[in-house]
Design a protein around this ligand. Structure first.
Ligand SMILES: C[S@@+](CC[C@H](N)C(=O)[O-])C[C@H]1O[C@@H](n2cnc3c(N)ncnc32)[C@H](O)[C@@H]1O
Length: 299
């Protein structure tokens, strides 16, 4: 398999440009995935640079290892949650890095994997864990959460306005037996919202699936935590690039960057988030919701 079949990295030229990479740099790729961006980063920092590539998905890391094999001596691939950046870097005996990238969310590799339950278009068990060694699955949320909790998840993480109706349908359906598969859940959602979604471009299950994925993987809290730590490891002049894929993520990044600036930690390089160019948007549908924000640490 080649990288494009696995996952097409988004906004590569823009990201690599903003990171201002040089030979010998130490770069953190906090979401190395299948190694898409990492490959381009390594090309810039070889022959003696170091890429610290973190991912919480062991399956993705195995692929990254293969994809980045030619740079083996330059790579430190670590199975970890990026919220534990401090522990990872201390263990590697690295105190300062020259650039950092967070390419948030999930990869095409994960959504394309039939066994993971990320996609409402493929029938599989309702799992949605990025880290297969972590506990909670979407199945547990859908079948075990109380009404209020389920409503909150669907409303807050899915920004789904029919959250009450969808929750009622889920609770009614699960009273007859557990909802175990993606297609079953998608069917319940469709039944709940009926024709209400007809005028919208997205599938009726999109928002609920997003909500469950965020809840299962504790995504927003992880971003808050990681951004709260990362500046301690950037050397003055180092840049941080964050690519987000929905407004909940982007809001956190935007707010955090403003706080960093207020604290006198550096400058926001992208006054407005950068969006993919038209050519990329048409060639890679997944890139359409991408937003890139860049911060430069100055002291
Ligand atoms: C959009 S993909 C990254 C793709 C990568 N840049 C590439 O070009 O191949 C996002 C990756 O981040 C990982 N991820 C998401 N949240 C994470 C977290 N809290 N800690 C570590 N990895 C995480 C996912 O498992 C996924 O592989």
């Amino acid at each position: 398999m080649t990288i494009p079949e696995l996952h097409k990295p988004v906004m590569v030229d823009e990201t690599i440009g903003f990171l201002r990479l040089k030979k010998g740099y130490r770069v953190l790729d906090a979401t190395v995935g299948c190694g898409g961006h990492a490959n381009f980063i390594l090309e810039k920092i070889k022959p003696n640079g170091i890429l610290i590539g973190i991912d919480r998905d062991e399956k993705a890391l195995e692929i990254a290892e293969r994809q980045l094999a030619e740079f083996k001596k330059n790579c430190r691939l670590v199975h970890a949650n990026f919220r534990d950046i401090d522990t990872v870097l201390v263990k590697l005996d690295i105190d300062k890095i020259d650039a950092a990238l967070f390419d948030l969310g999930f990869s095409s590799f994960q959504i394309g994997d039939d066994s993971r339950g990320f996609s409402f278009a493929k029938d599989s068990f309702l799992d949605m864990r990025m880290d297969l060694s972590s506990g909670l699955r979407a199945y547990d949320i859908v079948n075990k959460c109380r009404r209020q909790e389920l409503e909150n998840i669907i409303r807050d993480f899915g920004e789904e306005r029919f959250f009450k109706r969808i929750t009622s349908f889920i609770i009614e359906r699960r009273s007859k037996g557990a909802i175990t598969s993606t297609l079953e859940l998608s069917g319940v959602i469709k039944a709940a919202v009926g024709g209400r979604y007809k005028s919208q471009k997205i599938h009726p299950a999109t928002r609920v699936f997003q909500a469950l994925r965020i809840a299962v993987n504790n995504e927003l809290d992880n971003i808050e935590n990681a951004l709260g730590k990362i500046l301690n490891f950037l050397r003055p002049g180092a840049r941080l690039c964050v690519i987000s894929f929905h407004s909940l993520e982007d809001r956190i990044v935007k707010r955090r960057f403003r706080e960093f600036k207020k604290e006198g930690q550096g400058d926001i390089i992208t006054k407005k988030p950068l969006l993919p160019r038209d050519g990329e948007r048409s060639g890679n549908p997944r890139s359409r919701s991408a937003k890139l924000r860049v911060f430069e640490k100055t002291n």
